[in-house]
Design a protein around this ligand. Structure first.
Ligand code: NAD
Ligand code: LMR
Length: 308
């Protein structure tokens, strides 16, 4: 079984590394347009096989899509990342053309694949991929909410001074500095509401830090993050190839769910071998519903800039 990752940069190489380490496929194909870059990353990763004890083979290619043929899952990370001070939305001018071309090339060689879109602005790039691939809606999934939820859980664990794995918490809405919605009301510490332990002010602070999590890292790194994005991408690959039926937040094409139509935006979904299989209704309260509507409106405005 084959998994392809397009874009062998920071995020793509990280997805490939986690996929190999977890042996999620027999072969992981890395494709990039920069001459020799994917081949070099593949060689470096293959030389980890004996050190980390995995049997997945990594193949690198400069733009040869025939090597990606028959992939079960493809992960799209190609495109530019933001620099400090930029928003993700500012990347649309460059990344829309890249994501559209890449999607079309991938589908020619892997018509049965499930697409995971990571390139930013992710919700709009997922919508573009869904439209330009013509694939059934369940086979196009945007990765953002899993990363944002992981950051939310980590920030909560810092505030509670506890193990992050004891925290459950979900972020829905758009994957943008102002559009994501950390669902503080529903977050728990081993099944007990986090509001039992943290003040309103502290919870507000955690939510705000979560929302600008990507911008904070970009400020520190000079480019955007890759370890947690790579791990989140690989977790979605794993849910598909191992048919885990996991509840994950992902940007998917909505037809009435959460009151939205003709848009890809982050909602809780079950992910398994067929892609995203079902949207789960979290029964938002009025305040959360209003935030979700505002978030979807902002994503929709960005989608309007696309030439479909
Ligand atoms: N959705 C998320 O949660 C999330 C998280 C992190 C990064 N991102 C986004 O992922 C994208 C990649 O980030 P990065 O840090 O890996 O950037 P990067 O610059 O390290 O890597 C991007 C790679 O894409 C390649 N590329 C460009 N055009 C291509 C094409 N047409 N075909 C194949 N490859 C092509 C580049 O050569 C480069 O190697 C950015 O848009 C970034 O904003 C999203
Ligand atoms: O912040 C970014 O631009 C990259 C990514 O979307 C992230 O959240 O890390």
């Amino acid at each position: 079984m084959k998994v392809t990752v397009v874009g062998a940069g920071n995020v793509g190489a990280s997805v490939a590394e986690y996929c190999a380490m977890k042996e999620l496929a027999d072969e992981v194909v890395l494709l990039d347009i920069k001459e020799g870059f994917a081949e070099g990353k593949a060689m470096d990763l293959n030389q980890c096989a004996t050190l980390n004890g995995f049997n997945t083979k990594v193949t690198g290619t400069t733009g040869d899509y025939s090597k990606t043929a028959g992939s079960k899952v493809v992960v799209i990370t190609s495109g530019i990342p933001r620099k400090p001070g930029m928003t993700r939305e500012e990347l649309i001018g460059t990344n829309a053309g890249i994501v559209k071309t890449v999607t079309e090339n991938l589908i020619k060689h892997s018509p049965d694949a499930i697409l995971i879109v990571i390139s930013n602005p992710m919700d709009t790039m997922t919508y573009l991929s869904a439209k330009s691939s013509g694939l059934p809606k369940n086979r196009v999934i945007g990765m953002g909410g899993m990363l944002d939820s992981a950051r939310f859980r980590y920030r909560l664990s810092e505030a509670l001074e506890c193990n992050p794995n004891d925290i459950q918490g979900v972020v829905i809405g758009g994957h943008g500095d102002t559009t994501m919605i950390p669902l503080t009301r529903l977050a728990t510490y081993n099944s007990t509401p986090v509001s039992n332990y943290l003040s309103e002010e502290k919870l507000e602070e955690v939510a705000k830090a979560t929302m600008v999590g990507g911008a904070t890292l970009t400020g520190l790194l000079g480019t955007s993050a890759w370890y947690a994005p790579g791990a989140a991408g690989a977790a979605m690959v794993e849910a598909i190839v191992r048919d885990q039926k996991k509840l994950m937040t992902a940007s998917v094409y909505l037809e009435g769910e959460y009151g939205q139509n003709d848009i890809c935006v982050g909602v809780p979904v079950i992910v398994g071998k067929d892609g995203w299989e079902e949207v789960i209704d979290f029964k938002l309260n009025d305040d959360e519903k209003a935030k979700f509507e505002a978030s979807a409106a902002a994503v929709r405005k960005m989608n309007d800039a696309l030439e479909l």
